[in-house]
Write a protein that binds this ligand. Structure first.
Ligand SMILES: *[C@@H]1O[C@H](CO)[C@@H](O)[C@H](O)[C@H]1NC(C)=O
Ligand SMILES: *[C@@H]1O[C@H](CO)[C@@H](O)[C@H](O)[C@H]1NC(C)=O
Ligand SMILES: *[C@@H]1O[C@H](CO)[C@@H](O)[C@H](O)[C@H]1NC(C)=O
Ligand SMILES: *[C@@H]1O[C@H](CO)[C@@H](O)[C@H](O)[C@H]1NC(C)=O
Ligand SMILES: *[C@@H]1O[C@H](CO)[C@@H](O)[C@H](O)[C@H]1NC(C)=O
Ligand SMILES: *[C@@H]1O[C@H](CO)[C@@H](O)[C@H](O)[C@H]1NC(C)=O
Length: 404
């Protein structure tokens, strides 16, 4: 249980702090800041953040040729899978809109500048704020008389869509549901049901960034992520919101929370963007603190150059597991796209330097923005898999620091 608390908070916070103070931010020119919209009538829909506050999104309007197109981007930020970690989260910006910044920077895939975001700059762009702790999929409540928590991610998702429909989403012609980390996972959970809420002639595609969490054993052979998701699903009442076709063929609901098991049941076209050495998965699924009690991995976690040969082998094993989990999608998905690079990163679509910049990561000389755009608009088949670490010289190897 201890691991789980660390998983929720400290690492995500340090990652976000790192991103917030990354050098590209300081040098960036005009930053687009977008104000928060609270979903005022969400209470009637039972859609509340962990602490009971109203859910929210940030909308920046599209224009010109993009005026009828929509990007919906789920915010990420870990999960909380027990009452005590959710109570703690409810007092932070991860569990309450009361503590959130009211202005969000829109960069990378959310930028409105054609030279920074060539294919989506003029679309309506929405960031859905994350305050439920379960990738927008829970539907229950904890109330023991003294403590109260709302687990209403599924309702929040629905209430935001209902709020956006009359603002133009109801006449969307193109749409892209995206998200990073826990938000990337949310795209797998909601992609097909968004299709039903959009006009039938709208074209919907979905993009997961760093959301392809693997169902693997950790270094001590425990299924750390599987048991984490098992607890999360039970606590937050997620079972009924999982893909029902997946549920009827898998015995354990937590398996359907993993994209690798759910993907075959999703019918909407998908793009999977992930690093084969995703730092979150490295630090929490593969080598969680519980599997490295003596801290043998600490230096390697901080800098891949410090990893010994054995540790590199373990990391190559994680890449192998990811490619194996994607092999059928790679070979058989006709409308799918893939960009699996070999940078030590986590989330590459929201920051300008990894999305589209002169020195951003590339595979076969293609940036992530180009790969996603080529796939979305059907300009060419885009299924890019990088060579194994350390061959890629375009990586920035962003490692969140300090580690806990
Ligand atoms: C768009 O980005 C380019 C490249 O960073 C910059 O030179 C230009 O000033 C930006 N345009 C606007 C309108 O911010
Ligand atoms: C309710 O749950 C909280 C958190 O688990 C606990 O601290 C508190 O003592 C519980 N209250 C009652 C009345 O059981
Ligand atoms: C909230 O109100 C808006 C506008 O009145 C309406 O379109 C929407 O359906 C409502 N949402 C919910 C969740 O009731
Ligand atoms: C979808 O159908 C509506 C109503 O017939 C029409 O106005 C709209 O242009 C169509 N959208 C697309 C993308 O074809
Ligand atoms: C991991 O598995 C070992 C046995 O392999 C067990 O003793 C230990 O309690 C497990 N740790 C966790 C955190 O589940
Ligand atoms: C890579 O792409 C850039 C444009 O993004 C181009 O200028 C450069 O020549 C390309 N390099 C190679 C080796 O093709």
């Amino acid at each position: 249980m201890k691991i789980t608390t660390v998983l929720n908070f400290d690492i995500m916070l340090s990652l976000l702090l790192f991103l917030a103070f990354a050098p590209w931010c300081i040098h960036s020119e005009e930053r687009l800041l977008v104000g928060m919209t609270l979903v005022r009538n969400a209470t009637a829909h039972g859609a509340l953040c962990l602490d009971g506050s109203l859910p929210a999104y940030h909308l920046h309007r599209g224009f010109g040729g993009g005026a009828n197109n929509w990007i919906l981007q789920f915010e990420g930020g870990g999960w909380c899978n027990d009452v005590s970690s959710c109570l703690k989260r409810a007092t932070t910006r991860r569990g309450s809109t009361r503590f959130m910044s009211k202005l969000e920077v829109f960069s990378g895939i959310l930028s409105n500048n054609a030279s920074l975001n060539p294919d989506f700059f003029n679309w309506n762009r929405v960031k859905l704020r994350y305050c439920d702790g379960a990738s927008f999929s829970g539907d229950s409540k904890f109330d023991n008389g003294t403590s109260l928590l709302y687990f209403r991610g599924q309702k929040i998702w629905e209430a935001i869509i209902l709020d956006l429909l009359p603002k133009g989403l109801a006449s969307a012609s193109k749409a892209l549901l995206s998200g990073c980390s826990a938000g990337g996972l949310a795209t797998f959970l909601h992609c097909d049901n968004l299709k039903k809420m959009l006009p039938s002639n709208a074209s919907l595609k979905c993009l997961s960034d760093a959301g392809f969490f693997l169902d693997v054993r950790d270094m001590s052979l425990n299924y750390t992520m599987r048991s984490f998701y098992h607890d999360l699903i039970a606590l937050q009442g997620i079972k009924q919101n999982l893909n029902q076709n997946c549920m009827s063929s898998m015995n354990h609901p937590e398996l359907c929370f993993f994209p690798q098991h759910a993907l075959q049941y999703i019918t909407t076209p998908y793009f999977i963007l992930n690093s084969a050495y995703d730092v979150f998965q490295f630090h929490h699924s593969l080598v969680p603190p519980s599997a490295d009690l003596h801290g043998h991995w600490n230096n390697c976690k901080l800098n891949p150059v410090a990893c010994n040969a054995n540790q590199i082998n373990v990391l190559q094993g994680m890449r192998h597991d990811m490619l194996t989990a994607l092999i059928s999608f790679y070979k058989n998905s006709k409308r799918g796209g893939l960009f699996i690079n070999s940078c030590f990163a986590h989330c590459q679509s929201e920051s300008q330097d990894t999305w589209f910049a002169v020195d951003s990561p590339r595979i076969h000389n293609k940036t992530i923005a180009e790969a996603v755009g080529d796939w979305y608009f059907g300009r060419r088949v885009t299924k890019e898999i990088d060579c194994p670490y350390p061959c890629d010289t375009t990586c920035h190897n962003l490692i969140p620091s300090p580690l806990v």
